[in-house]
Design a protein around this ligand. Sequence first.
Ligand code: GLN
Length: 489
Amino acid sequence: MGIEISSLTVHGALDALSGGECSSEELVRDVVAEIAKRDAEVGAYVSVDEELALEQARAADAARSAGKCGRLLGVPIAIKDVLNVEGQSCTCGSKILEGYTSPYDATAIAKLRAEGAVFLGRANMDEFAMGSTTQNSAYKVTHNPWNLDCVPGGSSGGSAAAVAAGEAIAALGTDTGGSIRQPASFCGCVGLKPSYGRISRYGLVAFASSLDQIGPITKNVRDAALLCEVMSGVDKMDSSSMDEPIPQLAVDLPADLKGVTLGLPKEYFVDGMDDDVRRGVMAAVEKCRELGAEIKEVSLPHTKYAVSTYYIIATAEASANLARFDGVRYGKRAEGATDPIDMYGKTRAEGFGAEVKRRIILGTYVLSSGYYDAYYLSAQKVRTLIRQDFEKVFEDCDALLAPVTPSPAYRIGENLDDPLQMYLGDICTVTANLAGICGLSVPCAMTESGLPVGLQILGPAFKEENILKVGHAYEQARGDMPLPEILKR
Ligand code: GLN
């Protein structure tokens, strides 16, 4: 096939398929060949379901010959291992879900399936989406395709690494506190966290239900817009999904930013931030100014409380959500227990990894009587203040520009024994989840050592079109980014 798979976008694949340049079956075979070539080194997938993917691809080809054309007909994508796809495993990166097979499709998956998308396999992740490096997976370490000694970010590290390494045309991730935007930034991909309630969470294994959102990781902004549009919409299976109109996100993306006001939140340019990141983001800000945007400095004064607020609310919700993994209904059950209580304890002790246990303990503590008011209730109040900070600045800004992370990807093993240091790296991303707003990460620069840097674009709730327009105009003006060396092998 004469198509360059490693840099093929969703829109490129759709053009090739509809122009008869290739079939979906050929496309899937080619992507599987890329996986075979590189995944031993990258480790993006927990499992690849070649037979199932080929079956879907053949069905897509037959549908196309019959004159049907779904919006994603025949396009192979990778799915983070936390989203239920009927008949496939769903480990959430945890030993406790070993052997579990999904009995149904998540709503987002059903919507993609209805448009003809093909599901390639299960992308690696931090256990139950808790982490920023994908090193908390119980299955394998995922390596950053730009430098195999570095982490790909997390928790959707497998999804981002798969896209960057040409092992998927696009992928799905989830973002509770940055898990789409941060790995996208570390791996040089585009990552979109939609507004809370935009995409149904039904069939997404819950980490922190008031923060979790599903979203795409892609090679360009237009692809992210299309996937978001397809997955959006109210769902009776998720009472937090919102009945908001779904704009046509992938069309009408402008080439300039005339008439657009962009805020620069000063609290996001933190002390100790990496120089390459600061330079890269500021150059992108200048580019947006050249495109016609008005840039103004703004303040989100409660940002300094965001990390502590997030780690109280997220762990509290996790401690309740993860109570269901007790050896009775899902996955693993410990051997040799003497009674049910012993069985619950043994299953959870054997099945969960250290970070998950740490968070269940923390979450149980902040919810316990005597501490509830001091921690959980206070965190909820601060959360409101953080949301109000955004509402205020969005009164006169269409979107905000900021870094995604204070540093580029770091080395595998670094900070692993210092969870607090790791949590502090989430400073620029957790705020969007606490406020329920949308955020986009777009590659904007390379560091001196050859690692990608992301620009974060934040927009008001249910204004995905604002951030996608800014992202697209910027991306066009920026031009092509380099590709990782690993793709040339
Ligand atoms: N790094 C954050 C955490 O560890 C975010 C995770 C996520 O968004 N799932 O909780």
